[in-house]
Ligand binder design. Structure first.
Ligand SMILES: Nc1ncnc2c1ncn2[C@@H]1O[C@H](COP(=O)(O)OP(=O)(O)O)[C@@H](O)[C@H]1O
Ligand SMILES: [Mg+2]
Length: 476
C-alpha cells in the first residue's frame, strides 16, 4: 500500500469500530489491516464471500470492505448478498480497474463507496468515513420511506396533516358509492391525484379513469369531446366519434376546471347526471351510461352562481359531496414528508445519487409559501437534485425564489435577535421586505403592489426612493 499521507485525527475510528475485510490476496489484506488498525479500527480478514457471510451471521461489523474478484461471476452481486445479511452495514468495494459500469452496478447493489487498487492509505480512510455518512443518509431515508409508505400514504397521496388525513377518510367513505364529488383547491394541490384515488378505491377500479380539462378545449369542440358525435353532425365530422363519457363507461370521469364549462353545456351535463344517459351531437336518441362524475375547480363556484355564470341547479347536483383541498402553505407539516418522497422517487426515476437534504434547505422549503403548491415543490426538488454538488440537497441548489425570500426574512429576524431596539429601524426593515415581496408578486407592477401593501401609489414611489429600491432590484 502506498503511504501518501498520515492518517489525520478526523479519520480515526470512534470507539473501536470494527471492519470486516474480504480479500483473497494475503498481502493486500495485510496492508488494509495495518492501515485500518493504525487509525484505531479493529479488523478481521476472511478469504472469500462465503466465509464472510458466515462471519457476519455471528458477529456485528460497522463496515465491510470486499474485493471484486477478476473472474466473471454469474451469481448475485456481492454487495447485494452482504446487504441481505446485514442491512445497516457500511459497504466499500475494492476493484482492480475502475469501469464505470462496475461502479453503477456496485451502487445499485447497495455499495456505499468504491476504491481502485493500488489503494492509498488516505483514500482508504476517507472512503471508510464517506461510506459511514452515505450509509447513514440512506438508512435515514429508507426508514422515512417505510414510515411514509405505511402511515402517511393513501393511494399514492403522501400526507400527514390532519386536514389531509380527514380527506383520506372521506375518500374511503365515498369511493364505493356513485355519488358525484366536487373537489375545490388551487392549482397543484393534488385534485387529480385525489380523483384517481377515489376511482382506485371504488369497485370501478378495473374500468377507465378519464380526465378532461374543460378550460383547455375550444368551446365548439367541447360538446363532441364529452358526448361524442355522429358522422355528418358538422362539417369536420367525417365519421362517428365516441365521447369521453362513453370511454369512461363503467369507470370514472374527472371534469377538471368545471367552472369553465359554457352555460349551454352546463344544461346538458345536468341532464346527463339526472337521466344517466348521453346524446352524441347529431344523434336523435340517447344512450344510457354508467359513469361516476368527479368535478374539480380552483374557482369560487358559489360566487359564480351568485353572479349568474354557473347554473345553480348544476351546482347543487355536483356538490353532493364536496372536498376542499388545502393549499400546501396551510399544511406545512406535509412538506418534509413530500420532500423525502420526491427525493426517493427521483433517485429511482433519474438515477441521481442524492440521498437527502440538509437542515438549511429543509428550513427554507418549510418557510416558502408555495403558490404553485405540490406541483411547484415537486419541480423544485427535481431541479435541486440535478443542481446540487453534494449528495444532499443544499440551500444553494434551491431556486432563488425559495431561498432568497428566506434570506430576507432572516434579515428581519436577525435584527430582532440583535440589540437593535429602534422601532424606526425595525419598521424600515419590515417595510423593505414587504415592498420587495409585493413587487415580486406583481412582477414589478407598482400600482398593484401598492394595493397589496394598502398604501397609496405615491407613498410607494416615495418609499422606493427612500430605500433605494427599484422594482427590478426587488424582483431579482
Ligand atoms: N399529497 C401528494 N403526494 C404526492 N404527490 C402529490 C400530492 N399532491 C400532489 N402531488 C403531485 O403534484 C402534482 C400536481 O398534482 P395534481 O393532482 O395534478 O394537482 P391539481 O389537479 O390540483 O392541479 C402531480 O404530479 C401529483 O402527483
Ligand atoms: Mg389538475
Amino acid at each position: 500500500m502506498k503511504t501518501t499521507a498520515q492518517s489525520s485525527g478526523a479519520l480515526q475510528a470512534q470507539n473501536g469500530e470494527s471492519i470486516l475485510i474480504i480479500e483473497s490476496s494475503a498481502k493486500d489484506a495485510k496492508a488494509l489491516k495495518v492501515t485500518l488498525e493504525s487509525a484505531g479500527y479493529n479488523s478481521e480478514v476472511v478469504n472469500n464471500l462465503e466465509q464472510a457471510l458466515e462471519t457476519l451471521a455471528q458477529q456485528d461489523f460497522e463496515t465491510v470492505i470486499y474485493t471484486l474478484s477478476d473472474s466473471p461471476d454469474t451469481g448475485e452481486h456481492p454487495a447485494k448478498l452482504i446487504r441481505e445479511h446485514t442491512q445497516r452495514v457500511n459497504l466499500i468495494q475494492v476493484s482492480c480497474a475502475s469501469e464505470p459500469e462496475e461502479a453503477i452496478q456496485a451502487i445499485k447493489s447497495g455499495a456505499d463507496e468504491f476504491l481502485e487498487k493500488p489503494i492509498a492509505e488516505i483514500d482508504l480512510l476517507l472512503s471508510v468515513q464517506k461510506a459511514k455518512e452515505r450509509n447513514r443518509l440512506r438508512n435515514d431515508n429508507e426508514l422515512l420511506r417505510s414510515q411514509v409508505a405505511k402511515r402517511y400514504s393513501f393511494s399514492r397521496i403522501i400526507a400527514k396533516s390532519p386536514q389531509m388525513l380527514e380527506i383520506f377518510e372521506t375518500i374511503k367513505k365515498v369511493s364505493e358509492y356513485r355519488t358525484t364529488v366536487m373537489l375545490y383547491g388551487d392549482s397543484g394541490t393534488g385534485k387529480e391525484l385525489i380523483a384517481k384515488a377515489i376511482h382506485h378505491n371504488s369497485n370501478r377500479k378495473n374500468k377507465r379513469f378519464v380526465a378532461i380539462n374543460c378550460g383547455a378545449i375550444p368551446e365548439n369542440l367541447l360538446e363532441s369531446e364529452l358526448f361524442g358525435h355522429k358522422r355528418g353532425a358538422f362539417t369536420d365530422a367525417t365519421r362517428d366519434k365516441k365521447g369521453l363519457f362513453e370511454e369512461a363507461e363503467g369507470g370514472t370521469i374527472l371534469l377538471d376546471e368545471i367552472g369553465e364549462l359554457p352555460v349551454h353545456l352546463q344544461v346538458k351535463l345536468l341532464r346527463v347526471l339526472q337521466e344517466q344517459e348521453i346524446r352524441p351531437v347529431g344523434e336523435a336518441k340517447s344512450t344510457p351510461i354508467d359513469v361516476r362524475v368527479i368535478a374539480a375547480t380552483l374557482r369560487d363556484l358559489e360566487a359564480d352562481v351568485l353572479e349568474g355564470r354557473f347554473r345553480d341547479d348544476l351546482y347543487y347536483r355536483l356538490n353532493v359531496i364536496s372536498l376542499r383541498i388545502p393549499p400546501l402553505r396551510e399544511r406545512k407539516e406535509d412538506i418534509p414528508l413530500l420532500v423525502n418522497f420526491f427525493i426517493k422517487r427521483n433517485q429511482e426515476k433519474l438515477g441521481l445519487p442524492v440521498y437527502g437534504i440538509n437542515k438549511d434547505a429543509t428550513a427554507a422549503l418549510i418557510d416558502h409559501e408555495w403558490p404553485g403548491n405540490i406541483r411547484e415543490l415537486e419541480n423544485c426538488i427535481e431541479r435541486a437534485m440535478i443542481l446540487t454538488e453534494s449528495d444532499e440537497i443544499t440551500l444553494e441548489s434551491l431556486p432563488k425564489t425559495v431561498h432568497l425570500a428566506d434570506a430576507q426574512k432572516n434579515e428581519a429576524r436577525q435584527m430582532l435577535l440583535d440589540d437593535e431596539l429602534s422601532i424606526k429601524q425595525h419598521t424600515r426593515a419590515i417595510e423593505e421586505v414587504l415592498i420587495k415581496k409585493a413587487l415580486g408578486k406583481t412582477k414589478g407592477n407598482r400600482t398593484h403592489a401598492a394595493k397589496l401593501l394598502e398604501i397609496s401609489h405615491r407613498t410607494l414611489l416615495y418609499k422606493l426612493k427612500q430605500y433605494k429600491l427599484t422594482e427590478e432590484g426587488a424582483a431579482k
